[in-house]
Design a protein around this ligand. Structure first.
Ligand code: NAI
Ligand code: 13P
Length: 333
């Protein structure tokens, strides 16, 4: 049996543990709080993050990182992106040298402007053959309910991606392999920013023409940034690009879209943060992705405007007006 440690027991970590358990793995979830561990081990349910979902018998939980990581073949990392470096620095000594580390996170670190796989490499010293990413249209609640969905497991080493694909494949969850870690990570982080913009449009009361225009221009912006750094353009047309963008921008389950909707309805960023404990990665990654775009010299109007609204320098309506009145240009190029 493959032994898998999952750090940590939020919405996606818990839902992905359902996938891992169903796929026949031995899963240990690490949680920060005793009550989460007690609920998982006692009631077989993460009542706070994923109520109503019974966890497979092979999933257990602990607050001890050493116990979670002991003998793990695979270590899955799924904390808010901005907290990965600090957390992983503490966990790294417990992670076995043979273990493959898999990022489920969809964000870019503020300050360093590093993708999650880059942070993992920097903190642990692991080579690219030990670092992978899972990204796709995978809203946690739907995955936990075992609704059919596909995803991408990317690793620079294709053989490792294939091993992970086997470990993550269930009757409801279908992973495809890729070697384009960069493209998957940029797709996953950028769709959250576009989800915020689409949410704002919805909150303002605009309809499907507006949201489809934002989704399409958002995909162009994502592809421009990813390709400028060497990503495969087809990755952005795939599950970790278009697929995830469509899921996030269409679904009321998306925290990023919901966050944007509240901004569109006139709430401030501070008020929205106070109204939820769940992470909306795009609210921070809009700034880091904008920084990345500036570093590689590509235009990123959606990230720039979303960042301005999140920071309170612009209203959602001013953002929409500004998109339409920008200098006109050719669609491609
Ligand atoms: N929820 C979803 O549908 C999906 C989420 N993701 C990504 O997974 C990552 C995690 O998201 P969720 O699980 O949804 O978030 P969440 O907000 O549901 O859970 C976050 C988890 O991290 C813990 N946490 C929060 N701050 C922490 C800190 N400073 N140090 C240590 N632990 C901390 C929380 O206790 C919780 O267990 C994000 O990057 C998100 O973009 C990816 C695909 C689907
Ligand atoms: O990444 C996700 C779906 O693939 C989840 O999106 P949210 O973080 O916006 O809820």
């Amino acid at each position: 049996m493959t032994k898998i440690a999952v750090f940590s027991a939020g919405s996606w970590g818990t839902a992905f543990s359902v996938v891992l358990g169903d796929a026949g793995n031995d899963v240990v979830l690490w949680a920060r709080r005793d009550e989460v561990v007690e609920a998982i081990n006692g009631k077989r349910e993460n009542t706070g993050y994923l109520p109503g979902i019974e966890l497979p018998p092979s999933v257990s939980a602990t607050t001890d990182p050493e116990q979670a990581a002991a003998d793990a073949d695979i270590v899955v990392l799924t904390v808010p992106s901005q907290s990965l470096r600090e957390n992983l620095t503490a966990w790294a000594p417990a992670i076995p040298a043979k273990a493959t580390m898999v990022s489920l996170m969809k964000g870019v670190e503020l300050g360093s402007i590093k993708r999650m796989s880059e942070v993992i490499a920097e903190v642990t010293g692991a080579g690219p053959e030990r670092i992978a990413v899972v990204s796709g249209p995978n809203l946690a609640k739907e995955i936990a309910r075992r609704e059919p969905a596909a995803s991408v497991v990317a690793c620079a080493d294709e053989d490792v991606a294939k091993q992970l694909q086997r470990a993550f494949h269930t009757a409801a969850f279908r992973p495809y392999t890729s070697v384009d870690v960069l493209g998957c990570e940029i797709g996953g982080a950028y769709k959250n920013v576009v989800g915020l913009a689409v949410g704002m449009a919805v909150g303002l009361g605009f309809g499907d023409n507006t949201t489809a225009s934002l989704i399409t221009r958002g995909l162009a912006e994502t592809a421009r940034l990813a390709m400028a750094q060497g990503a495969n353009p087809l990755t952005l047309m795939g599950l970790a690009g278009l697929g995830d963008l469509v899921a996030t921008c269409s679904s009321p389950l998306s925290r990023n879209r919901t966050f944007g909707e509240k901004l569109g309805q006139g709430m401030t960023t501070e008020e929205i943060y106070a109204s939820t404990s769940q992470v909306a990665e795009g609210a921070k990654s809009c700034k880091s992705l904008l920084g990345l775009a500036q570093r590689v010299g590509v235009d990123a109007p959606i990230a720039e405007h979303v960042d301005a609204v999140v920071d309170g320098r612009m209203t959602a309506l001013e953002m929409m007006d500004s998109f339409i009145s920008r200098d006109t240009k050719a669609e491609m190029g």
